[in-house]
Design a protein around this ligand. Structure first.
Ligand SMILES: O=C(O)CCC(=O)C(=O)O
Ligand SMILES: [Fe+2]
Length: 132
């Protein structure tokens, strides 16, 4: 699975073997260790926007190999389809400046269905008021 962040608020994941990798703050790929029965919890784009970037949605990818069969169960938890999501006023700084525009899950679906290269540009980057 190519690099992406999840559109959700929270993703809860169970993997049957190693394969998930996350990108660290130095843009290096780090393997998530396989621990039998462990649930992996990832923050998604909705939390990054609601927290005005205090919490980052994790960029991740999955690698497999021909020798080991791998199953994963990903449960993505999201706000309702048309609910508008924007930075919470409580977390805005002194300047009261949101770093992201508002969006709904429906806006995300429109974006990926009308952009063939949606894996090249993350949806959340289109919401940022200034490039990072
Ligand atoms: O298979 C995995 O470990 C991750 C799956 C995933 O990233 C996703 O479903 O969004
Ligand atoms: Fe994912």
């Amino acid at each position: 699975m190519p690099p992406h962040s999840d559109f959700s608020s929270l993703t809860i994941l169970l993997q049957s073997s190693q394969g998930l990798q996350i990108m660290d703050c130095n843009k290096n790929w780090v393997g998530v260790p396989y621990i039998e029965g462990a649930l992996i919890v990832q923050l998604g784009d909705q939390v990054e926007v609601m927290s005005n970037g205090i919490y980052k949605s994790v960029i991740h990818r999955v690698t497999v190999n021909k020798d080991v069969k791998r199953l994963s169960f990903a449960s993505l938890h999201s706000l309702p389809l048309h609910k508008k999501i924007s930075p919470a006023p409580e977390v805005l700084g002194e300047n009261n400046t949101p770093a992201y525009g508002e969006f709904s899950f429906n806006d995300f679906l429109d974006y990926i269905s009308s952009n063939d290269d949606f894996l090249q540009q993350r949806f959340i980057d289109t919401l940022k008021k200034s490039p990072s």
